[in-house]
Design a binder for this molecule. Sequence first.
Ligand code: SF4
Length: 682
Amino acid sequence: LREARIQKTKTVCTYCGVGCAFDVWTKGRKILKIEPRMEAPVNQISTCVKGKFGWDWVNSPDRILQPLIRRGDAFEPVSWDEALDYVARRLREIRLRDGDDALAFIASSKCTNEENYLMQKLARAVMHTNNIDNCSRYCQAPATEALRRTMGYGGDSGSIRDIEQADLVIIVGANTAESHPVLATRIRRAHKKRGQKLIVADLRRNDMARRADLHLHPRPGTDLVWLSAVTKYILDQGRADEAFIRQRVNGFDAYVASLEKFTLEYAEEVTGIPKDALIRAAEMVMDAKSVCICWAMGVTQQLGGADTSTAICNLLLITGNVGRPGTGAYPLRGHNNVQGAGDFGCAPAFFPGYERVADPAVREKWERAWGVSLPTNPGLDNHQMIDAIHDGRLKAMYLVGEDIAVVDSNANYVQAALEKLEFFVVQEVFFTKTAQYADVILPACPSLEKEGTFTNTERRIQRLYRALDPLGDTRPDWQVIQDLANRLGANWNYRSPQEIFEEACGITELMKGAAYAPLEGYGSLQWPVRADGTDTPLLYTDGFPLPDGKARLYPVDWTPTLALPPEYDIHLNNGRMLEHFHEGNLTYRVPGIRQKVPDAWVEISRELATERGIQDGDWVRVVSPYGAVKLRATVTDRVSGKEIYIPMNSVEAAVNLLTSSAADKDTHTPAFKDMKVRLEPV
Ligand code: SF4
């Protein structure tokens, strides 16, 4: 019957953190169309190209349809029972021999909140380790840390509606038009129709930079310096929000003292941004009644990613641009559920709701709730796990939905680590580069084939419904995790994602009043959700969840970029593109998108192309101290001077074959954006 009828089912897009929701029309397994709806809280009538056309891969013949076990160099299809029995036996053996912390778990920010909750519960409550993380380690952990340091909550301080309502939007290190397209559309609309002002600070003249009232082009990795100089200039002009600071902020004197060196002259020297442009930026901030700052990987994927994110928060606090409509701090989450994976506890230091693992009272609460004793050892994050495999501490890994062999930095080093694992389980939709290293592959369902919730960049929890039956012998991740947990000694009996969600929210303070009923259809809730079910679109209207109810100005200093041998004379920038999702495992399997954008490229400035004799379309070899890739050159004015750009959507020519293992000093987020290369003819 399901084959015969046309159906429409509400789902939530899985391609970025904006969280667009829409109806997907299907007939059998055929996807007929995507229909945006006015009830959708974020996107109403619009989607971007991936959201509208990027779904045909769900029927790709490349889907993994059965569990697979490695036998020698080949994978053999087996039954679910055989695969899960084998995984449970091997994990038990290794744990018994080498201890709890010889195992590690990587959850997926493409999976639902419910699945992420179960992953961290499996790691902690069943296997007794805090070695659990997710891909926010690769992107937004520094922003989360900065928000927690200064304001208290690790999420965006308001809603996308606030960004739209602001007098001034500042975008730092983010290619919003391609990475968060529907949000960019809303900013463009406010800019055009309402005269909203826009400052973009970015190495590239991307679409938003071209439209901006002011485009700042700092030297790579120097955003903290210009942000601090602008803040100091505002203070020196006597234009800080004194009443806000007096009533709502701690740490003012120490912070002001820390700004002493950030003069306009110093900032011009370090960043290369002319003093006049810095003054203009400061004046635009001072003249605006409401300011929002959006940022992304250009800020966070640096050696000082958390500190630069903190400098953004400090600027907002000094100018009183927090806790009012049209103001706030907005790290733009990349994956659709990177916010939710952290919210539901997939981080080594935090239980769900960002409750600290190291706090004995918190740990006791979770022990009571789950009826187990919980580990006290600090867990490893994704970045530390790779080192721990190399030095022999980590023997086995269970990874869900993340192609870390491609998307983690220093891919050659990561791939060598995966090769060394004694036992590696990968739960995936396709046979990814990472899956090639697995001992067991468990076939998972994509979002259209399951139910649950996602949480978007503005802390908005939304439901997705099953539009298609699971293909072949695939299963939703939550069922697989539960089946494995029960083979490892648990006694879980979740019958639906709803039961998992209600258990998780019932224990956390952050989502105490969240339930499925208000999420029905296009309903949504933005955390914190109080016990009476009231949600919070705008944070900090009546105080900060920090001592005295006040925010905290947090002094930070600039961390210079990596020192590399002089032959590596060209800065390598990298990021997303509009048409493809991430490394491209999904969207390259959509024929229309693949035809339009068949591969990645390297953007080279006109001046560098002339200097090196490179023509548009030439093959070039890009070489770093860590690896080399071959790509076609695109000669363009989007980049300038000795700065090149490679989109991350290639497996064969993965940009992370070039990046290093250097990382943000506070959060271990890899410094993907801090690399120099040389160009060679092919
Ligand atoms: Fe999907 Fe993001 Fe595009 Fe919306 S903007 S349709 S969430 S990729």
